[in-house]
Ligand binder design. Structure first.
Ligand SMILES: *[C@@H]1O[C@H](CO)[C@@H](O)[C@H](O)[C@H]1NC(C)=O
Ligand SMILES: *[C@@H]1O[C@H](CO)[C@@H](O)[C@H](O)[C@H]1NC(C)=O
Length: 552
C-alpha cells in the first residue's frame, strides 16, 4: 500500500504541475522575458535534465509573481524596507526588476545572474540552517570560489554595492549590524581601500546597544535618528547626544555604548571602519553580556575569573549567564531618560580634548545653489579626522538636478545614499579594454592610449558606490525626490575636487593655444562650449533620465 502511494505521488504531482505550467503558458503567451529565461535554463550545460526543469519552473514562478505584483499595482513598497530587502526572494525580485530597465540585449545575462545569485543564496541559507558555516574551511573555500565567479560577473561594475553585498553580522530582536563585504573580495581594483570596511548599524526606538570595544578605528555618521553615545576611557566617561548629521570618531579600543532615545524613529549609523589588528578584519568585544552577546569574560577559566574578580564561581556563573537578548536590548523610558542627560553635541566643557561629535549641517555649504548643496567636513573642522586621513561630505541634490562631472585628486570616495533616488555615470579606464573586468593585464601590457567605459548604476537608499581617485563622475537626482549622499573620502589630505563643467572648470583654465592644440579646433569653439554652463557644481539635470543603466 505504501509503495503504491509512493509510486503514484510523483506522477500526480507531475500532472498537477503540468496543468499549472500550461495554465501559465497560456497566460504568459509570448512573454519574451519568460521565453528568454527558460531558454537560458535549457542552455546551462552544467545542469542535468532535472535541474533544467527546476530552473524553468523557477522562471514560471518568477513570472507569476511578477504578474501578481503588476496586478497589485507594484507600488506600495514601504520606504523602511529599502535599506534591506530581507529574503533572497525579495532580493531576487528587486534584481530582476532592475534587469527590466536594461537594454534588451543585456537582459538575458542579467536575469541569469539574478537567478544564479538567488540559487546561491538559497543554498547558503540552507547551509546556515543546518548549522554549518563560517568556521568551516571547505565552506569558506567554496565561498571564495563563488566570490570569484561573482567578481567575473560583476567585473562589469565592481563599484556598486547593494543590499546583497552586506551580511548581518550581529542580529538582535531590536536592531542589527550589517557589514559590507571586503572591497577586495569584489575586485582587485579596490585594493587601495582594502583595509577599510563599511558597516551600517540600525537600532529600534528606545533601545540600548551594549558596551563593547572594537579592534579598529571607527568613524560614525549619524544618518537617521537621535541617540546618546558614551565613551569609557581609562579615567573618565564622556557622553554626547548625537543626531542626524553628526560625524564622530571612535578611537580603536574605546569602550562605547549607545542608546536610541527617540520614541519612534530608528537610529541609523553609517560606520567607516579601519582595522588596527588584522588588515581588513575587525571584531567587536563584549565584556558586559552573557550568552548573547557572549561576554569575553566567559572565555577565561573559572579559577582565573574567581581570583581576578575575587568572587565565588556560582555568583559569576549567574552574572555571566543571564543576558540572552543580543547586543541591542529594549530600555525603559526612565532608563532612556537617565542615560540621555547630556549636552547636545558641541564642546567638551571641562578642559582637555573633546571627543564629541561635529555636526555636518552646522557648517556652511561649500557649494550651494538651487540645484543642490555640498557640505564638507575635514580635519580643519574636526581634528579627530587628521590622523585618519578621512574627510566626510554630504551632497543634497535637488530633484531633477545633477552634480557637475567632477573628480577627486587624491581621495577615493565611499558614497552611501541616505535618501532619494537617481543614478550615476562614471568614466573608468580600468574596465574599458578587458572583458574580464576587475583584473588587469600584466604590468605595462595595455593599449598605447587609454579608453574609458561608462560605468553607471541606479542609486537608491542604501546603495554604496566607490569612486576611485581621478575618476570623473556625475550623480543625477530623480525627478521626484532629492538625492542625498554621504561620502567618506579616504586619503583626504591635500585632496582637491576638480569640476569638469560649469563656472571654474578645468578646461577654462587652459591657455587659448593649449585648447586649440588639445582639441584641434579654434579656441573660440572650445570656449563657446565650456563657458555655456553658468552654474557652479550643481546644474539642472538631463531632461530625459535614463534610470541607471548598468553600463553602455
Ligand atoms: C563543511 O562543509 C562541508 C560542505 O559544505 C560539509 O560536507 C562538512 O561536513 C562541513 N564540515 C564541518 C566540520 O562542519
Ligand atoms: C536637502 O535639501 C532640501 C531642499 O532642497 C531640504 O528641504 C532638506 O532638508 C535637505 N536635506 C538635508 C538632510 O539637509
Amino acid at each position: 500500500m505504501k509503495m503504491a502511494i509512493k509510486a503514484k505521488l510523483p506522477s500526480v504531482f507531475f500532472l498537477f504541475s503540468l496543468v499549472l505550467v500550461f495554465a501559465n503558458l497560456a497566460l504568459a503567451k509570448e512573454d519574451p522575458e519568460l521565453k528568454w529565461c527558460k531558454q537560458l535554463c535549457r542552455q546551462q550545460r552544467q545542469y542535468d535534465e532535472q535541474q533544467k526543469e527546476q530552473c524553468q519552473q523557477g522562471c514560471e514562478a518568477y513570472y507569476r509573481e511578477k504578474q501578481r505584483r503588476e496586478h497589485e499595482g507594484g507600488g506600495g513598497r514601504g520606504h523602511e524596507d529599502e535599506w534591506n530587502p530581507e529574503s533572497p526572494e525579495q532580493r531576487q525580485r528587486e534584481c530582476t526588476r532592475r534587469c527590466d530597465r536594461r537594454e534588451e540585449r543585456e537582459q538575458p545575462q542579467c536575469q541569469q545572474q539574478c537567478q544564479q545569485r538567488y540559487e546561491r543564496e538559497k543554498q547558503e541559507q540552507g547551509r546556515r540552517g543546518r548549522g554549518e558555516g563560517e568556521g568551516n574551511d571547505s565552506y569558506e573555500g567554496g565561498e571564495r570560489e563563488r566570490e570569484r565567479a561573482e567578481e567575473q560577473q560583476e567585473g562589469r561594475n565592481p563599484y556598486v554595492f547593494e543590499d546583497q553585498h552586506f551580511t548581518t553580522r550581529a542580529g538582535a530582536q531590536h536592531g542589527r549590524l550589517r557589514v559590507l563585504q571586503k572591497f577586495t573580495e569584489r575586485s582587485k581594483l579596490l585594493r587601495g581601500i582594502e583595509n577599510y570596511r563599511l558597516a551600517i548599524l540600525e537600532a529600534d526606538p528606545q533601545t540600548f546597544i551594549l558596551p563593547h570595544h572594537c579592534d579598529a578605528e571607527g568613524l560614525f555618521f549619524v544618518a537617521r535618528g537621535r541617540g546618546t553615545i558614551s565613551f569609557v576611557r581609562q579615567d573618565r566617561r564622556e557622553s554626547f547626544n548625537i543626531r542626524c548629521g553628526d560625524v564622530l570618531r571612535i578611537p580603536a579600543g574605546t569602550t562605547v555604548y549607545l542608546i536610541n532615545r527617540d520614541n519612534s524613529e530608528k537610529l541609523v549609523i553609517a560606520k567607516l571602519i579601519h582595522p588596527v589588528s588584522v588588515p581588513g578584519q575587525f571584531e567587536e568585544f563584549y565584556g558586559p553580556g552573557g550568552e548573547n552577546p557572549e561576554s569575553f569574560y566567559r572565555a577565561f577559566s573559572t579559577e582565573v575569573l574567581e581570583s581576578a574578580l575575587n568572587t565565588k564561581r556560582d555568583r559569576l556563573q549567574k552574572l555571566f549567564g543571564q543576558q540572552r537578548q543580543g547586543f541591542i536590548v529594549k530600555a525603559s523610558e526612565e532608563q532612556i531618560r537617565a542615560l540621555s542627560h547630556h549636552e547636545e553635541g558641541g564642546i567638551w566643557p571641562f578642559g582637555g580634548e573633546s571627543r564629541g561629535p561635529f555636526n555636518l549641517f552646522n557648517k556652511q555649504p561649500s557649494q550651494s545653489n538651487q540645484y543642490g548643496q555640498l557640505r564638507e567636513v575635514n580635519a580643519r573642522d574636526y581634528r579627530e579626522l587628521e590622523d585618519l586621513d578621512v574627510a566626510v561630505s554630504f551632497a543634497n541634490i535637488t530633484q531633477g538636478s545633477m552634480t557637475a562631472p567632477v573628480y577627486s585628486s587624491r581621495a577615493t570616495k565611499i558614497s552611501i545614499v541616505t535618501d532619494g533616488e537617481g543614478y550615476f555615470e562614471m568614466a573608468c579606464p580600468h574596465l574599458s579594454s578587458s572583458e574580464s573586468g576587475g583584473s588587469e593585464g600584466p604590468q605595462g601590457q595595455r593599449k598605447s592610449s587609454p579608453s574609458y567605459r561608462r560605468v553607471s548604476g541606479h542609486l537608491r537608499r542604501g546603495t554604496v558606490v566607490v569612486v576611485p581617485a581621478g575618476h570623473p563622475i556625475v550623480a543625477v537626482a530623480s525627478n521626484n525626490q532629492n538625492l542625498q549622499l554621504v561620502c567618506f573620502e579616504i586619503n583626504a589630505r591635500n585632496n582637491e575636487k576638480f569640476p569638469l563643467a560649469g563656472r571654474r572648470n578645468v578646461i577654462n583654465q587652459l591657455e587659448r593655444e593649449a585648447k586649440e592644440l588639445a582639441f584641434a579646433v579654434p579656441a573660440r569653439e572650445v570656449e563657446e562650449v565650456f563657458r555655456n554652463q553658468k552654474e557652479e557644481f550643481f546644474f539642472r539635470g538631463p531632461r530625459q533620465q535614463h534610470e541607471g543603466r548598468a553600463d553602455a
